[in-house]
Design a binder for this molecule. Structure first.
Ligand SMILES: NC(=O)c1ccc[n+]([C@@H]2O[C@H](COP(=O)([O-])OP(=O)(O)OC[C@H]3O[C@@H](n4cnc5c(N)ncnc54)[C@H](OP(=O)(O)O)[C@@H]3O)[C@@H](O)[C@H]2O)c1
Length: 264
């Protein structure tokens, strides 16, 4: 059986590396990244030349996980963030629409203000961060250019990954992150569950914005405590703290597709 040829951008990242690991028996994946590490091919998606070179190739599906995915990093380089998080997905949507290729792109719960939960696919979005704005405008651009595209809106990614980056749960379990917010609720999302459900969403012809996230919202501190307890570790080393001003607080998601959290 011929597997569908899939272009996967961001293949060294948390989600990209997980998709590659979990779906390579179902998809014939061409993994690309900025660095070219981990057996991926290097394409700089900020370079017009690289972008056009990449899109010359034939694919049956394009999955875009490339992003500046951390709000603090967006602030360090707003122009780069705008170009990668917003203009690149727009370019991709124009390409996929012209070629009639299915496209999956990822969005974030940080497009919402966190003031009026719960959030569904049709809730108004007003981001509190530059990162949130780059992602929200990308969602609008993509759907404007290609309404059939699938935009998966998710929350804090958790679980074991073999990436150049680590997830929140890996950082907690390894003791790299000890400060956890007591006043910030997120739908911590099992990253392997998210990767694994993508073929199913495509088979069911899902399109537009779809929230796919952990089933329940938990405060970051409650999640971290439960995670450590489930792993047989002592949570007393966590430092319970309040989030800085303007951090979205109640980002409870109530989307159509929920994933069971590994630790409750
Ligand atoms: N992480 C989360 O908790 C979370 C939560 C909600 C939504 N999301 C969304 O989910 C998606 C995946 O996030 P993630 O956490 O997996 O991202 P990530 O780990 O930060 O990975 C980002 C990827 O983008 C690539 N990249 C960066 N600059 C590039 C460039 N100029 N050209 C080509 N590739 C470039 C990186 O490649 P190199 O490093 O090799 O250069 C890396 O593979 C994003 O759309 C993000 O907004 C993430």
């Amino acid at each position: 059986m011929n597997l569908p040829r899939v272009l996967l951008t961001g293949a060294t990242g948390r989600l990209g590396s997980t998709i590659r690991e979990d779906l390579s028996e179902r998809w014939n994946i061409s993994p690309v990244s900025g660095s070219g590490l981990m057996g991926t091919e290097a394409f700089d998606l900020l370079s017009l030349k690289d972008m056009e070179q990449l899109l010359k190739q034939d694919f049956d599906l394009i999955v875009n996980t490339a992003a500046i995915s951390e709000p603090s990093k967006c602030l360090l380089d707003p122009v780069k963030s705008w170009r990668l998080n917003t203009l690149w997905p727009r370019r991709l949507a124009i390409h996929c629409s012209a070629q009639s290729i299915p496209m999956i792109h990822f969005s974030t719960d940080l497009v919402y203000s966190g003031g009026i939960p719960p959030y569904t696919e049709s809730s108004p979005a007003v981001p509190a961060s530059l990162y949130g704005w780059t992602k929200l405008i990308a969602d609008r651009f993509v759907l404007n250019r290609y309404p059939e595209a699938l935009i998966v809106r998710t929350s804090v990614l958790c679980g074991e990954v073999n990436s150049t980056r680590t997830t929140f749960s890996q950082d907690i379990l390894a003791g790299r992150v000890r400060n956890v917010y007591v006043d910030c609720w997120r739908n911590h999302t099992p990253i392997h569950g998210l990767a694994g459900i993508l073929p199913d969403l495509l088979e069911r012809s899902f399109s537009g914005i779809q929230i796919v996230a952990g089933k329940y919202a938990q405060s970051r501190s409650a999640y971290a405590e439960e995670l450590l307890r489930n792993a047989g570790k002592d949570p007393s080393g966590l430092i319970l703290t309040y989030a800085p001003p303007h951090t979205p607080s109640k980002l409870h998601l109530r989307g159509r597709t929920t994933l069971l959290q590994l630790n409750g």
